[in-house]
Design a protein around this ligand. Structure first.
Ligand code: PEP
Ligand code: MG
Length: 325
């Protein structure tokens, strides 16, 4: 199977009718980046930086972070590397950060909420990312944005980091794109407004589905509700893509859904620009995309969104798109 898919590695990802798609990988470390390259990813759509902070007793220094980001930027020489700022809290803890005990940690003090409260820590990370931007095509992404105020506050800290580096004469890329994850339903609904101030979106379906369905993504008992093909979820995804395109912004997806073979035709039909997934899924996704005609898929997406259940939507895609079955 590997060798059959191997023919696509190193070729740009296009649909059968010549539409270019960004096919990227999710990573959590520089070691993962090597696997992503070997797997044929054309960039990194999600660099989860929390793993740099975990499994140790002290905060990683700016220098340590800079090196961990720079090495990946260089490895992907000119291809996009989307670095997500710290997404800690929820289920992930750090020994050197005392997080409050909360009844609902996933609805609590996590990700951008924590970073906007601990601006020292956040500024250090932003400085490290900016410095790495001098060595490749780095983009910055904020997790768990709930409203436009958070985006503005985060950008204010980024402006401080830039000003500091300017004052110190440290180089960084001037044109770094700054985007946000769409994981909170209210942010998805307000995508048209957020698109005025964010350079791009990446839809995090793992959290977005959890919050839209009010179903803990770790709870086995209600696993059937963790359903990205739920019509309500799909309508929001379509809205996010449409709203972003209307403002000239690109939209990616870095949740598990992006690597699902049944979801790919549907997401292409909705106009998704970038797909980011585990390295192991990249070759299969590329082979599938090469067989699809994007021009036919927007009708498929329209039809699918009129169906009542996730199961009917899946069936419809499998029936209409032979390459999926
Ligand atoms: C997501 O929520 O879909 C996502 C990609 O982020 P994480 O899985 O790291 O929460
Ligand atoms: Mg998430």
């Amino acid at each position: 199977r590997r060798s059959r898919l191997g023919v696509y590695i190193g070729r740009p990802t296009e649909t059968a009718d010549g539409h270019h798609v960004e096919l990227a990988a999710n990573i959590g470390s520089p070691q993962d980046a090597q696997a992503a390259r070997d797997g044929g990813a054309e960039g990194i759509g999600l660099y989860r930086t929390e793993f740099l902070y975990m499994g140790r007793d002290t905060m990683p220094t700016e220098e340590e972070q800079f090196l961990a980001y720079k090495i990946v930027a260089e490895m992907f020489a000119g291809q996009p590397v989307v670095i997500r700022t710290l997404d800690i809290g929820g289920d992930k803890e750090l020994p050197y950060l005392t997080l409050p005990k909360e009844a609902n940690p996933f609805l609590g003090y996590r990700a951008i909420r924590l970073c906007l409260d601990r601006k020292d820590l956040f500024r250090t990370q932003l400085r490290a990312i900016l410095r790495a931007s001098a060595y490749g095509n780095v983009k910055i992404m904020y997790p768990m944005i709930s409203n436009i105020e958070e985006l503005r506050q985060a950008n204010a800290v980024l402006a401080e980091a830039r000003a500091e580096l300017d004052a110190e004469g440290v180089k960084y890329a001037q044109d770094v794109e700054v985007g946000i994850m769409i994981e909170v339903p209210a942010a998805g609904m307000a995508a048209d407004q957020l698109a005025r101030e964010a350079d791009f979106f990446s839809i995090g379906t793992n959290d977005l589905v959890q919050y839209m369905m009010a179903a803990d993504r770790m709870n086995e008992t209600i696993a059937h509700l963790s359903e990205p093909f739920n019509p309500g979820v799909l309508r929001l995804i379509r809205h996010v893509i449409t709203a972003a395109h209307a403002k000239g912004r690109w939209v990616g997806m870095c949740g598990e859904m992006a690597g699902s073979v049944v979801a790919i035709p549907l997401l292409l039909g909705m106009g998704l620009d970038e797909f980011s997934m585990g390295s192991g899924s990249v070759a299969t996704a590329r082979a599938l995309m090469h067989k699809l005609n994007r021009s036919e898929l927007s009708r498929l997406a329209d039809e699918a969104l009129e169906l009542d259940t996730a199961e009917e939507i899946r069936r419809h895609i499998i029936n209409r798109v032979p390459a999926v079955a």
